[in-house]
Structures are given as structure tokens and as C-alpha cells.
Design a binder for this molecule. Structure first.
Ligand code: F6P
Length: 574
């Protein structure tokens, strides 16, 4: 394997992007792909060092790439590709606070959110680290007051439920981490999450809650998102109505300002808009435009998580991110796990025709992790133009998806094992369960976590090595059924293990995928930090709104299909 290559193309910010397809490494990878005769059985047999060579450590993560569909020549060419496109130059530019998000003219510094307080990082001549830690301290103080009961609602009762109102990055990260860190939550405090503008979401989430003991966190980077502001208004009305009905607020209690002050806080980069909404700026926690929404769970957007797990655990979570940041920033590329995993994804996507990528956590606690990764990876790398506006010439971001094992096994694994499509998959598991349980039956006791892990191990083995017709026949299978029971093998997986799903390990996992995403975007020459693709739908929703409401002129402006759908709606709406 070659060492880190000096960049031949060095895409400095503001300069032209690059076309990876014209690099020498790309041409070599194409030749290697054309000649590839995947044979994981043979490769393992011929190379006793394969597992050792392709297993890497990143923080607490043990990452086994040996079941990847690569041989040494492919890895060398992928690392050369990283060199030719200037991956390390762009990585270093991001960490240094350069404006690597040109279409929004912004620095990209989620990594600054997890720097230790002693670090320094200047953006436009200003050290941002003290700002980060000042907000963190305020969030920690607020969360501590909620957790110890000294933050009370308008009736003097302590808070029992915290409802985060937000969508996209202002929801998915907090929900995912809240679920993942269930064992670390404070027992007498619950968090709930409202994201969808479907009124069902607010109605069902608020059902059964007592307004006197409920606190809302309105989380929105822009504080201009229709879903979040609508849900925040619904919640405000629910709160004030509920308090009035309970006699906790006078009927003539004005706009309920005191109640809002005790029951609403906000997280945003737009603190002026927070004030306009009626939330006291003293109850608002800021962050910065250099934090992308999908990279914001470790900013004040994680306030609900801090309330749930407490400042010390949140600090461990941040430390986990930082551990992975340092691994990504300093480890030579041939042993750099996010780089290798990102390059493998490029290999599968651009050379072996994969269109999707499965993420399969063998941990029920990570049941929202694939959904979280969908925004991280697909909003980042679902781009058809490069960062300088030129059309890409290669495929970009793959579809990420997944479910926790073993549920997925009984749903879609059939296609991964025997279907016609290549689905590279990441399997994630932990040595220690959060809830160790024994299954006692017939005078025996089985550690259920070991049953679970047996599945984790069996699946990647079956996918890699398959089962030949001879092996199937040797089991006495009737000839006409043999083809249906053959497993081709050579279906690539990565196995990621860690001792336990702690806050730190969760931070490491999230940062791992952030940097995998970065690596792929850097190879493709795209801006992984903008998200213009979500704007058109938002604009059209504003335009369609009056037509749904019955405005004939607005209806006439719609296309024929939209008109017909609106007509159907108006005929059927009771
Ligand atoms: O869907 C687009 C998007 O801008 C995401 O990138 C973001 O996470 C989400 O909307 C929510 O935005 P905000 O935090 O500004 O409400």
C-alpha cells in the first residue's frame, strides 16, 4: 500500500473544483474494476494476514475491513486517488476554518464544537473556542436546573417532560442520541420530540402531558423553518390553554409572557428571530453559521440530550467526537478509518455499481441511527454539481438506509444475500449489552446478547463466503432446489465493534460517519455542506398553499396533475 501521496491537484477554496474521473488513479481503478474477479474465500485463504492488515483502531472502535471487496492493488489506487484530489489539503482547510462551503460562503467547523477549552481556533481573526464553551456552560447550567428541579414551571412545579421542537438536523441528532443513550437518562425526566408538520405529530406527542410540568425547546438554526415555527405556535397555544383551563393562568393573563418564559427556551443562530417569537433572549442558546444543521447535535441543538443525560455525560459525548476528529486529522491515510471507509464507498459506488449502502446496527439503542445518517450523508452528498458549479461526471451520494439487526434479517436481508444488486453494508455491534439478560429454559441459561452477536457474526460471514452448490448438495438438498439455496458470497461488509455504547463511543461513531461523508464529497469535488436541493419544494409549498385553501387564481397557476390532486382533496376534505 502506498503512503500518503502529495496532492497533484490541490483544490484550494474558491478555486476550481476537480473532476476525479480524469485522474490517473481513476483510470487505474476502472481497469481494476474491469478485471476484478471477487473471491473473498480465495483471498482469505491466500493471505493469512488479511484480517490483521485490514483491521484498524480508531478511538474505541475496532473496524474490520477484511470483508471488503478489495485487494491490495485496489486500496493502493484508492489512496492514490485521495492524493490526486487533494483530500488532506481539503481536510486541513476544514479544520482550519477556511470557507470550504463556497455556495454559502461559510466555514465548516462542527469540529470546533468539540475542541477542549484550552484549544484555540481563529475564524476571521476571532478565537471561537471560548464562545463555544461559554454557550456550553449556559446549556449545562440550564440542564442542571431542570434535572435537579430548581427550574420550575409557572405553578412552581418541577419539569417532568421536555419537548424538543425541531426538524432535520434540529431533530434527528437529538432523537437518535436520546434513544441511543437510554441507559444514561435521568429516570424522572422524559424527552419527547415534535418534528413533522403533520398535526398528528404535535397532537400525539402532547397527549397525556401536563402543561404545568412541560418545557419546550424550540430548536431551529434559522428560526425560519415553517414546520418548527408552526409547531412552536401550536405548543404555545396548548400550553397557555392548558394552564388557563387548570386555573394556573388568569383568563385575562395577557399574552402569557411569564408562562412562556418558564416553559419555552430556544436554540438558534438567529437570536433576533427568537425574541420576535416571544422567547426571552436570556432563555436562548446560540450557535454559529459555521455549524451545518446535520452536524449540529453537538452544539446547543443537543440541549434536550444534555437535560436527559446530564452535562458530564454530554461532555463525554463531545470528547468522543474529538477523539475521532483527531484520528481523522492526524492518522496516515492508509490507516485512517473514515478515509478508508469513504474511499471504499467511492469504489463500490463508482466502480462496482452500488447504489445504496446499508447501515445495520446490532443494537436496539441505535434504532434511529440509520435515519440520522440519511440526512448526514444524503443531504451532504446528494449533489449533481461540483463546488465550482460544473456538472459532476460521476455518480455521487448513495442511498443510505438500514434497520437494527435482527429485525432487518427477517425483512430485507434476503435481497442483500441473494438479490441481483450489490449492497455494501456496515455492521455495528458492542461487546457489552446495555441490558444483560439470561434466557433460562429447559434447565439451561443462555446469555441473550451472545445469541444476538452470533447473528451479527453469522450474517457477515454468510455475505462474504456464501455457500456453494456442492455444499448445498452435500446437505442432501434435492437437485431442483439447489440453485435457490446457493449463496454467491462476495457481498462486502464492514464490521465495527466497540466495548459498549457509551456517550463517548456514540460521539466517535457519529464523527466517523461525518468524516466518511467528507471524504466522499472531497473525492467527488462537491460541496458537502450546502443543501439547496430542499429549497424548491419549500418555495412551491408556499405557492400551493393558497390553492389548497380555495384561491381560484392560485389553483389555475398549478400544473394539471397538482390541480387534479388539489381538486380531489377539496372534494374529500370534510
Ligand atoms: O431540510 C433543510 C434544512 O435546512 C436542514 O439542513 C436543517 O437541518 C433543517 O432544514 C432544519 O433547519 P432549521 O434548524 O433552520 O430549522
Amino acid at each position: 500500500m502506498t503512503p500518503e501521496v502529495t496532492p497533484e491537484v490541490s483544490p484550494a477554496v474558491g478555486e476550481a473544483s476537480h473532476d476525479p474521473a480524469v485522474t490517473e488513479a481513476w483510470a487505474r481503478l476502472q481497469e481494476l474494476a474491469d478485471a476484478l474477479d471477487p473471491d473473498l474465500r480465495g483471498w482469505f485463504a491466500a493471505d493469512p494476514q488479511r484480517v490483521e492488515r485490514l483491521t484498524h483502531r480508531a478511538g474505541d472502535l475496532h473496524v474490520d475491513l477484511s470483508k471488503a471487496l478489495v485487494h491490495g492493488g485496489v486500496l493502493d489506487a484508492l489512496l492514490d486517488l485521495a492524493g490526486e484530489v487533494g483530500l488532506t489539503r481539503r481536510r486541513d482547510a476544514m479544520f482550519a476554518g477556511e470557507r470550504v462551503n463556497p455556495t454559502e460562503d461559510r466555514a465548516v467547523l462542527h469540529t470546533a464544537l468539540r475542541l477542549p477549552a484550552r484549544a484555540r481556533l481563529e475564524v476571521d481573526g476571532h478565537d471561537v473556542v471560548p464562545d463555544v464553551h461559554e454557550v456550553l456552560q449556559r446549556v449545562y447550567e440550564f440542564a442542571t436546573e431542570v434535572r435537579d428541579g430548581s427550574w420550575t414551571g409557572i405553578t412552581g412545579e418541577r419539569i417532568r417532560t421536555v419537548v424538543n421542537i425541531g426538524i432535520g438536523g434540529s431533530d434527528l441528532g437529538p432523537v437518535m442520541a436520546y434513544e441511543a443513550l437510554t441507559p444514561y437518562r435521568q429516570d424522572d425526566l422524559e424527552c419527547r420530540f415534535i418534528s413533522n408538520i403533520d398535526p398528528t405529530d404535535a397532537a400525539t406527542t402532547l397527549a397525556g402531558l401536563d402543561p404545568a410540568t412541560t418545557l419546550f425547546i424550540v430548536s431551529s438554526k434559522t428560526f425560519g423553518t415553517l414546520e418548527t415555527l408552526t409547531n412552536a405556535r401550536l405548543c404555545k397555544a396548548w400550553l397557555l390553554d392548558g394552564l388557563r383551563t387548570a386555573g394556573a393562568l388568569d383568563d385575562d393573563g395577557g399574552d402569557g409572557g411569564d408562562a412562556v418564559a418558564r416553559h419555552f427556551v430556544a436554540v438558534s443562530t438567529a437570536l433576533d428571530k427568537v425574541a420576535d417569537f416571544g422567547i426571552d433572549p436570556d432563555n436562548a442558546f446560540g450557535f454559529w453559521d459555521w455549524v451545518g444543521g446535520r452536524y449540529s447535535v453537538d452544539s446547543a441543538i443537543g440541549t434536550s440530550l444534555v437535560v436527559a443525560i446530564g452535562p458530564d455525560r454530554f461532555a463525554e459525548f463531545l470528547h468522543g467526537f474529538h477523539v475521532m476528529d483527531e484520528h481523522f486529522r492526524t492518522t496516515p491515510l492508509h490507516a485512517n478509518v473514515p478515509v478508508l471507509m469513504g474511499l471504499l464507498n467511492v469504489w463500490y459506488t463508482n466502480f462496482l455499481g452500488a447504489q445504496t449502502h446499508a447501515v445495520l446496527p446490532y443494537s436496539q439503542l441505535l434504532h434511529r441511527f440509520p435515519a440520522y445518517l440519511q440526512q448526514l450523508t444524503m443531504e451532504s452528498n446528494g449533489k449533481g454539481v461540483r463546488w465550482d458549479g460544473a456538472d459532476v461526471t460521476t455518480d455521487t451520494g448513495e442511498v443510505f438506509w438500514g434497520e437494527p439487526g435482527t429485525n432487518g434479517q427477517h425483512a430485507f436481508y434476503q435481497l442483500i444475500h441473494q438479490g441481483t444488486r450489490l449492497v455494501p453494508a456496515d455492521f455495528i455491534a458492542f461487546a457489552n449489552p446495555a441490558y444483560p439478560l439470561e434466557d433460562a429454559h429447559d434447565g439451561q441459561s443462555t446469555d441473550v446478547h451472545e445469541l444476538f452477536l452470533a447473528n451479527f457474526l453469522a450474517q457477515t460471514r454468510a455475505l462474504a463466503f456464501g455457500k456453494t452448490a456442492e455444499e448445498v448438495r452435500a446437505e442432501g438438498t434435492a437437485d431442483h432446489i439447489v440453485p435457490a439455496r446457493v449463496f454467491s458470497g462476495n457481498r462486502p461488509t464492514t464490521s465495527i465493534m466497540a466495548p459498549q455504547l457509551t456517550p463517548s463511543v456514540l460521539g466517535q461513531l457519529v464523527a466517523l460517519y461525518e468524516h466518511i461523508t467528507f471524504t466522499q464529497g472531497a473525492v467527488w469535488g462537491i460541496d458537502s455542506f450546502d443543501q439547496w436541493g430542499v429549497e424548491l419544494g419549500k418555495q412551491l409549498a408556499q405557492q400551493v398553499g393558497p390553492a389548497i385553501g380555495g384561491d381560484p387564481d392560485a389553483l389555475a397557476e398549478q400544473d394539471a396533475s397538482t390541480r387534479a390532486l388539489i381538486t380531489y382533496y377539496r372534494e374529500h376534505r370534510r
